[in-house]
Design a protein around this ligand. Structure first.
Ligand SMILES: *[C@@H]1O[C@H](CO)[C@@H](O)[C@H](O)[C@H]1NC(C)=O
Ligand SMILES: *[C@@H]1O[C@H](CO)[C@@H](O)[C@H](O)[C@H]1NC(C)=O
Ligand SMILES: *[C@@H]1O[C@H](CO)[C@@H](O)[C@H](O)[C@H]1NC(C)=O
Ligand SMILES: *[C@@H]1O[C@H](CO)[C@@H](O)[C@H](O)[C@H]1NC(C)=O
Ligand SMILES: *[C@@H]1O[C@H](CO)[C@@H](O)[C@H](O)[C@H]1NC(C)=O
Length: 274
């Protein structure tokens, strides 16, 4: 049974797409995305730490296809030319099958009866889930959207297209990829939520290394960085509320405000962790 509050929410936003404004392919059907009792929907703000591990997903009505894929995309990753943004693929799992019976999910937004998507065939993910981690850069707020695609009739070429496309996480264009994979019009449900870095923004266009700074911080730290082709920089700073966020400078040096420079070997990891 839907809780009263969820029913009201659903009613109030019935005319809106479940995916963010401007995002295509859009859908009006709810995808339930549940993280151990939290089911962030309709763009609500959710704590980063709530979304660390892979969620369960489901639909409010029973699906009749034989195979589905879910993808999650960050629509707001920073670039070196703010406020321009890019996209990042966070999850792509194929081979999901819809349960024929509903499961009651007890969530902070009430009890939700959902037909869960199951991994009955233990299909390895194309891209394993990694959780939101918006850095202290512009924009601080990121929209993470999840879409469920009916892949019942996907061809071998289509599957290969998905795999190839997922090789490039940054700049992932869901609409183009689905079209290339012969999955145009096959999005059956969607959702999005918002994860926001508390800030403040740390040198969004830095060209030299430097320590993390925060006017309100209480800790201390030192950072030394080498910006590729831009010289070197040294800085000290106080570790503030953003001290758990890694920052990649324009020079490609990774810094943990309040900590030591981690070195370029971390860059790949950090880029994936937005
Ligand atoms: C499956 O569900 C879709 C969406 O509700 C519907 O359009 C379609 O007719 C159904 N197909 C079958 C075979 O029941
Ligand atoms: C959800 O709550 C109901 C009743 O409050 C309980 O019967 C059910 O076992 C709970 N489900 C889970 C998965 O905890
Ligand atoms: C499906 O199974 C594979 C293999 O066990 C696992 O790696 C993956 O995380 C599972 N995906 C989901 C969505 O449960
Ligand atoms: C996300 O939530 C924050 C905090 O409420 C808000 O300021 C921001 O506009 C939201 N971002 C988006 C992209 O909706
Ligand atoms: C898959 O193909 C069958 C048979 O052609 C068709 O009835 C069904 O609607 C198709 N399903 C999807 C999701 O394209």
């Amino acid at each position: 049974m839907l809780s009263k509050s969820l029913t009201l929410l659903v009613t109030a936003t019935a005319a809106l797409a479940r995916t963010p404004n401007g995002f295509t392919p859009s859908t009006n059907t709810d995808l339930i995305v549940e993280y151990r009792g939290f089911a962030p929907q309709n763009g609500v703000v959710v704590a980063r730490d709530t979304t660390t591990s892979q969620p369960r997903i489901g639909t409010l009505t029973r699906l009749n296809g034989t195979s589905y894929a879910v993808m999650m995309i960050d629509l707001d990753i920073p670039t070196d030319s703010p406020p321009a943004t890019n996209t990042l693929l966070h999850w792509l799992q194929t081979g999901l099958t819809p349960s024929s019976t509903a499961t009651q999910l007890n969530t902070t937004s009430g009890a939700i009866r959902a037909f869960l998507l199951e991994n009955g065939t233990n299909t390895a993910p194309v891209v394993a889930y990694f959780g939101p981690n918006p850095p202290a850069r512009i924009p601080l707020s990121h929209r993470y959207t999840q879409i469920l695609v009916d892949t019942s009739n996907i061809t071998e070429e289509g599957t290969e297209t998905l795999r190839t496309a997922a090789g490039t996480l940054r700049g992932f264009n869901a609409e183009q990829v689905l079209s290339d994979a012969g999955l145009e019009g096959k999005v059956v449900a969607g959702n999005f939520y918002n994860v926001t870095n508390a800030g403040p923004v740390t040198s969004p266009t830095a060209t030299t290394g430097g320590g993390g700074t925060s006017p309100t911080g209480t800790g201390t730290g030192t950072g030394t960085g080498t910006g590729a082709g831009t010289g070197t920089g040294t800085g000290t700073g106080n570790a503030g509320p953003s001290s758990t966020q890694d920052v990649v400078t324009a020079g490609g040096v990774v810094m943990r405000p309040g900590g030591a420079v981690m070195g370029v070997v971390m860059v790949g990891m950090v880029m994936f962790a937005l």
